[in-house]
Design a protein around this ligand. Sequence first.
Ligand SMILES: [Zn+2]
Length: 257
Amino acid sequence: MLTIPLDGDVAGAATWRVRLTHRLARHIRTSPVELAPATPLVSFTFDDVPVCAATTGAQMLEAHSARGTFYISGGLIGTQARHWRVADADHITALHTAGHEIGSHTYSHIFVPNLRSESIVAESQRNAECLRAVVPGLTLESFAFPFGFGSLPAKKTLASIYRTSRGIGPGLNVGRADLQLLKANPLMDGRLDAAGITRLMDEALEKKGWLVFYGHDVVENPSPYGCSPGLLETALRAAGDRDIACVPVAEALRRAL
Ligand SMILES: [Zn+2]
């Protein structure tokens, strides 16, 4: 069994200091931009990347001509976690070959707010080396905060390494936005239903915004941090019904700037 905690497990136990640091990081934009995509966009993202996300989830996206972003911690590759087995090198290669984006988490899936800048750089470099050993020449443009928690210093450091850092604060990315704390909405059966998906998609359409979803496993009876294939299918169909392109984070950013 893996001892590294999963996304969500630590969030509930974060200290007041971490929460305060994160709140500041949310309110002060370190990489402000004006996002104005010509068309609404959706990005499906998966953290840690359970095998079922890399197989079932990826295949479902592909069936809808969609591609997603898979944020990987090198230190978790091929391990058994509490709720799922983590994708191995062959799964990562297959995702890349199919046109999905490989994004970066910290190598050890470590909580970022407690890290010094040098440690964030070291974690990022180690993760890049690990992932490039799997996919030679891989470009890593997108980062996701493990557990969704960031800090102001971390955002500044990460801005020198990645184009974007994704959090877990809900909402639509449009207009004035912070590239180092992209908003993302949980694609999790316990937190979102078909009506919620309809509302988010209609808002993306109306405001011509960039809607990002995040999740983990894609399986019947998912963990509290994942979704059933049915919920993912509902989201993919809702995007398709509205002619909203579903593209990876790096591609969406290029279209939104
Ligand atoms: Zn994670």
